[in-house]
Ligand binder design. Structure first.
Ligand code: A3P
Length: 322
């Protein structure tokens, strides 16, 4: 009964035909819906979620702009919340054999293999860990009670990561050059962009509802991972006991979820993490370098300044510095 009707699909198609459209990323068309660039297929899912998603009081949502540390956050949140079921150090820990993207689904990304999106989300056991790239303003009212962890990233690094990822996914013949990618990015045209609006919405909400939204930065997590893992466990309602801290469990979580460890696992090196609407996303594409400041190896100072300028302008007065 809850599956998508032809009427729903027609309604979205009618809406899409009236929206501004652009091409440039991932061989997809993007439409500007409520001030964000998303694909018509994501829009279709979002409409569906708005009406049919059944939230649970213990849902946890991991939110981010693409390429800001989603995979890492998925690994950390999974490991922390499941540590009594899957002890760290055991050889059958799911992270050793499955990609973090497979362990936590995106709310709005329908996988080709999962059938109907809402029915699939309904089958997941509680407490559900869900991920999203949706801007906060597109969440259905019904999710407004869930706890959210948002991870953001320094925008020059995020852009370089996006550009590499997009080119890797579409293949050489469709590669976009760095200049064109940069132009699109600073115009606010990136998947789920404008990048800054996405960050700002979550930032503002994290200030007014700190118990509900934990706002984290990739760079801070990189420089003090243990501290952040402890903070994350607390926020997720599963704090480490004194004994666990004494035994170095937070450090073990950091090690298991590190770029080094995950990117070297056979399970994360070949095949697709998921496939959505006939576009496959390689497991290895989610692990590139995993360092802070890699933008300097791709962009000139001048290009970097373009991103700095737009960010400064857009974030001014918000208290958020990226
Ligand atoms: P780079 O392209 O800069 O290397 P997302 O998961 O949101 O798609 O983000 C991908 C970025 O996070 C990539 O950045 C990727 O290498 C990095 N990443 C993936 N796993 C990581 C981990 N365990 N620790 C730190 N960074 C990680």
């Amino acid at each position: 009964i809850s599956s998508e009707s032809q009427q729903d699909i027609d309604n979205v198609a009618a809406l899409v035909s009236k929206l501004p459209t652009r091409h440039g990323w991932l061989l997809q068309s993007f439409v500007l819906y409520k001030n964000y660039w998303i694909t018509p297929l994501i829009l279709q899912s979002i409409m569906r979620i708005q009406t049919s998603f059944k939230p649970r009081h213990d849902d946890i949502i991991l939110a981010s702009n693409p390429k800001c540390g989603t995979t890492w956050m998925k690994a950390l949140a999974f490991t922390i919340t499941n540590r009594s079921r899957y002890e760290l150090g055991t050889s059958n820990h799911p992270l050793l054999s499955r990609h973090p993207q497979e362990l936590i689904p995106f709310v709005e990304v329908r996988h080709d293999t999962n059938g109907d999106l809402i029915n699939y989300l309904d089958t997941l056991p509680s407490p559900r860990l869900l991920a999203t790239h949706m801007p906060l303003s597109m969440f259905p009212e019904s999710i407004s009670g869930s706890r959210i962890v948002y991870v953001c990233r320094e925008p020059k690094d995020a852009f370089v990561s996006l550009w590499n990822f997009a080119n890797k996914t579409t293949g050489k013949e469709h590669n976009i050059d760095l200049e064109s990618g940069l132009d699109m990015f600073i115009q606010g045209f990136s998947p789920y962009g404008p990048f800054w609006e996405h960050c700002l919405e979550y930032w503002r909400q994290s200030i007014s509802s700190p118990d509900r939204i934990l706002f984290l930065k990739y760079e801070d997590m990189m420089s003090e991972p243990v501290k952040h893992v402890i903070m994350l466990a607390m926020f997720l309602g599963v704090p480490f006991s004194a004994k666990e801290e004494e035994d170095g469990v937070p450090e073990d979580v950091v090690r298991l979820c590190s770029f080094e460890k995950l990117s070297n696992l056979h399970a994360n090196q070949s095949g697709e993490a998921f496939r959505t609407h006939n576009m496959g996303f390689d497991k290895s594409a989610f692990f590139r370098k995993g360092v802070v400041g890699d933008w300097v190896n791709h962009m000139s100072e001048e290009m970097g300044r373009k991103i700095d300028c737009i960010m400064e302008e857009k974030l001014r007065g918000s208290g958020l510095v990226l």
